[in-house]
Design a protein around this ligand. Structure first.
Ligand code: G3P
Ligand code: CA
Length: 238
């Protein structure tokens, strides 16, 4: 079972910051997961929420702020004074952290709340420029974004994020089309998902911070887990 550092090593470092990614980059985990939004001036930034209110000393939606406005804010102090001065990273800045490692890069396109016109194309351009197609898994709750990505770059691996149990998951996956399901961890243990796993479709589960839950998922042959505590988890599942 593969381990992905969720939002970087976000249990011990402020999520989706360079500090959290540098920590993930030094760990022997299979990959890292992070979230992408688009600014008012069309720049791709790595942050979970659609607003900066929770994880910075500022407020407002990403879509209404320019990159230079966003760079003024502190994205570390909310977590701990030890990280004061952490800036919001751009997608290229995060990819730079992993430019000399072999980690898989799960880029979650956060276009499910605001549509971010042209975001998929910009993400694919960056992937292509850097030649990292084989290391990227694009995922989203916005399945139209996955569809657009697959149309433009058929070789890119994709994961459909779903919260609810689907009636016919396999045919839905083919319809999108996506290569895997990314699910809340209890959903990954449902019988319908076990059927999917038997058909060699990868299931990845989030967010798994309890090694006992991870053990159940490993037993169920879930392909990967996303955890906020990658260092601890990799010690249980090396
Ligand atoms: O990609 C897995 C997981 O990160 C999805 O949920 O809300 O943590 O982005 P969320
Ligand atoms: Ca995410």
């Amino acid at each position: 079972m593969d381990i992905f550092a969720h939002r970087g090593a976000s249990g011990n470092f402020p999520e989706n910051t360079i500090a959290a990614f540098k920590e993930a980059a030094r760990l022997p985990v299979r990959g890292v997961e992070f979230d992408v939004h688009m600014t008012f001036d069309g720049q791709l930034v790595v942050i979970h929420d659609e607003s900066i209110d929770r994880t910075s000393n500022g407020s407002g939606f990403i879509k209404d702020l320019t990159l230079s406005e966003l760079k003024e804010f502190d994205f570390g102090s909310w977590f701990s004074p030890d990280f004061s001065g952490e800036k919001i990273p751009t997608l290229p800045e995060v990819l730079d952290v992993f430019s000399r490692t072999e980690h898989l890069l799960n880029i979650e396109l956060k276009s499910d709340i605001f549509p971010y016109d042209g975001m998929v194309e910009k993400v694919l351009d960056i992937i292509q420029e850097r030649g990292i197609e084989s290391r990227v898994i694009l995922s989203s709750f916005d399945h139209s974004a996955i569809q657009t990505a697959k149309n433009l770059m058929p070789q890119i691996e994709t994961g459909a994020l779903v919260m609810e149990v689907l009636v016919n998951p396999l045919s839905y996956l083919q319809q999108i089309p996506a290569d895997a399901f990314h699910l809340l961890f209890p959903t990954a243990l449902r019988p319908s998902m076990q059927e999917i796993i038997k058909q060699q479709v990868p299931i990845r589960a989030f967010t798994v911070n309890d090694p006992e839950h991870a053990a159940l998922l490993k037993e169920a042959k879930v392909q990967a887990i996303f955890t906020d505590f990658p260092e601890e988890m990799v010690s249980f599942f090396p």
